[in-house]
Design a protein around this ligand. Structure first.
Ligand code: THG
Length: 282
C-alpha cells in the first residue's frame, strides 16, 4: 500500500513495506518555550530554523503543531503553514485537535497534506473524514474511541477497522488512511510499548495500511530518551511501522540502520550517505 503526500512541487511516497519515512516532530510547543514566545510575537523565524534543521537531519514530512493554552490556532496554524510554504516545499502533517484549525490550514497549504488526526469517536469521525475527503488529504487515525484507550491490541485493531470502514464509506481511499496504534509513556505502564508493538503487527498484517506513531512519547519522564526511542522505533519498524513522528536529529541513524538490516537499502547507499554527510556537517 502506498500513501502519497505532496508539497507544491515535491512528493513523498510512504510504502507499507518501507523504507521508513520520517515525520519531523519539532514544530511543537511541548518542551519548546521559545516556540511559544516567538509565535506569540508573530515571529516565524524560529519555526523556519526548526524546518531547516529537521530537513537537514532527514525529515521527509513535517508535523506542524502550534497548540498551547490560550492560542487561537484557527488563525495561527494557517499563518505558520504560510510562513513555511514561503521558503520550503515539503509535505506537511497538520497536527491539531481542532477541526476548524485543520480546515483553515488546508485552505492555504496546497499540495496534499496529512491530517493529524481523526480517532474512533463519533464526533471526530463526523467532522474530520468529511474535511479529508473535501481537501483530498490523507489522514491519521488514532485507535481510541468513545470508550477511551484500550490496552488490548485486538480491540485497538478493531478501532482501526472501524475508522477504515468509515473512511471508505466517506469516499476516502484506503491508502489515504494511516493508522496510529498509540505510543504512551513506558515509565507509567511497563506494558505500554509491547501493547503498541503488538497492535502495529496486527494492523500491518490484517489491514496492510501505513502506520505512524508519536515515537518520543514512550520516553517521557525517563533518562536516556534517545536510546530508548531508538530501541522502540527499531522494533516497531520490524513489526510494520512506516512513518514515525520523531525528532530527526535523534532518530534518523536508528532508522537508516533498521532499513539496512531489513534488506531495504541496497549496497547500504542511504546508510553510508547519512553517516558521510553527518560527518561533514558536524
Ligand atoms: N500521535 C500523533 N501525533 C502526535 C503524537 C502522537 N503529535 C504530538 C506528539 N504525539 C508527537 N510529537 C512530539 C513532539 C515532541 C516530543 C514528543 C512528541 C518531545 N520532544 C523532546 C524535546 O524536543 O526535547 C524530546 C525528543 C527526543 O528526545 O527525541 O518530547 O502520539 N498522531
Amino acid at each position: 500500500m502506498q500513501t502519497i503526500l505532496r508539497g507544491i512541487n515535491s512528493e513523498v511516497t510512504i510504502d507499507s513495506n518501507g523504507p521508513v519515512i520520517i515525520i519531523g516532530e519539532c514544530i511543537n510547543p511541548t518542551r519548546r518555550k521559545k516556540l511559544v514566545s516567538t509565535l506569540q510575537e508573530g515571529n516565524f523565524d524560529y519555526v523556519l530554523e526548526l524546518v531547516e534543521s529537521q530537513i537537514k537531519a532527514g525529515a521527509d514530512v513535517l508535523d506542524v503543531n502550534v497548540g498551547y493554552p490560550g492560542v487561537d490556532d484557527v488563525k495561527l496554524l494557517p499563518q505558520t503553514v504560510l510562513a513555511i510554504r514561503k521558503k520550503f516545499d515539503i509535505p506537511l502533517c497538520l497536527d491539531s485537535p481542532n477541526p476548524d484549525a485543520i480546515e483553515a490550514a488546508l485552505k492555504v497549504a496546497g499540495g496534499k497534506c496529512l491530517i493529524n488526526s481523526v480517532n474512533g469517536e463519533e464526533k471526530s469521525l463526523k467532522s474530520l473524514l468529511k474535511i479529508a475527503k473535501e481537501y483530498e488529504a490523507a489522514i491519521i487515525g488514532l485507535v481510541m474511541d468513545d470508550d477511551g484507550i484500550t490496552h488490548d491490541p485486538i480491540k485497538r485493531l478493531s478501532i482501526a477497522e472501524k475508522i477504515l470502514d468509515r473512511a471508505v464509506k466517506t469516499g476516502i481511499k484506503e491508502e489515504n488512511l494511516i493508522i496510529d496504534p498509540l505510543a504512551m509513556a513506558v515509565s507509567a505502564d511497563s506494558r505500554a510499548c509491547i501493547v503498541t508493538l503488538e497492535t502495529i503487527k496486527l494492523v500491518h498484517q490484517k489491514l496492510g495500511l501505513n502506520i505512524t506513531i508519536g515515537a518520543s512519547n514512550i520516553s517521557f519522564g525517563l533518562p536516556g530518551r534517545e536510546d530508548l526511542n531508538s530501541a522502540f522505533v527499531s522494533l516497531a519498524i520490524m513489526n510494520g511501522l512506516t512513518c514515525p513522528i520523531a525528532n530527526p536529529e535523534k532518530i534518523t541513524a536508528a532508522i537508516r540502520a533498521s532499513d539496512l538490516v531489513l534488506g531495504r537499502d541496497d549496497y547500504a547507499v542511504r546508510f553510508v550517505d547519512y553517516f558521510q554527510n553527518r560527518a561533514i556537517t558536524s
